[in-house]
Design a protein around this ligand. Structure first.
Ligand code: PLP
Length: 232
């Protein structure tokens, strides 16, 4: 295609396959979420034509704008920090909210889902493993208690964890961050909290996704490497 999108998608898929193979994993268990923030609708439609079905947006306003204007079979994922007063605009549009970062937010999702009869809202809990103050998310020590508390909510379903690695090229630091997230997920799994599924680990972005695959990621959130640089 004219801008090379299909080539880039194919190359990324090849790299995911090969990273999975090296890690003794099946690439079929890894979902590619194309992060379409700040990308035009036309490019998203082109990606759909190339077989991409999952798209991630990090801003509510942008999701709301794009949502009605794209035809085709696709699922939206919300991956950015979510404010309580914007939940209602998101819950009926996305298959998964990756970025639930407080018990209060989960409770508010519950309240809105119950009122709007949207059915169960699937969420991931965001963990701030690197401890960077600029990042959202539960600190690792809070995550088990948070899971237990949120599991009581009838209209919210925990499907796993999400993390953002620190901004670095140091592979050891990145691997450690992903590895700790997986350990947390395993720990929660062992507790067998009723209603809590740890089926997804959303981790890995354009510059670290192969490391994330090695460390057990099941959802890669890839933007730049697929679509190129974003509009400012
Ligand atoms: C922008 C964004 C991504 C994608 O980042 P790239 O480096 O462009 O792949 C992934 N996750 C979240 C939460 C983002 O905001």
């Amino acid at each position: 295609m004219k801008n090379g999108l299909s080539d880039r998608i194919r190359r990324v898929r090849d790299r995911i396959d090969s990273a999975a193979r090296k890690a003794g994993r099946d690439a079929a268990e890894i979902t590619l979420v194309a992060v379409s923030k700040k990308q035009p609708v036309g490019l998203i439609e082109e990606a759909i034509a190339c077989g991409i079905t999952e798209f991630g947006e990090n801003r509510v306003q942008e999701l709301v704008q794009k949502f009605p204007s794209i035809s085709g079979t696709l699922n939206w994922h919300f991956i950015g920090h979510l404010q309580k007063n914007k939940i209602r605009q998101v819950v009926d549009k996305v298959v998964l909210i990756h970025s639930v970062d407080s018990v209060g937010l989960a409770k508010e999702i519950e309240r809105i889902a119950e009122r709007r009869l949207t059915g169960e809202v699937r969420i991931l809990l965001e963990v701030n493993v690197s401890g960077e103050a600029s990042k959202y998310g539960f600190v690792p020590g809070q995550i088990t208690a948070a899971c237990a508390e949120i599991s009581e909510l009838k209209h919210v379903s925990i499907q796993g964890l999400m993390t953002m690695a620190p901004f670095t090229n140091d592979e050891k630091v990145l691997a450690k961050c992903f590895n700790r997230t997986r350990e947390l997920s395993d720990k929660i799994k062992m507790q067998k909290i009723s209603g809590v599924e740890m089926r997804h680990l959303s981790m890995g972005m354009s510059n670290d996704f192969e490391i994330a695959v090695r460390e057990g990621s099941t959802m890669l959130r890839l933007g730049t490497i697929l679509f190129g640089p974003r509009e400012a």
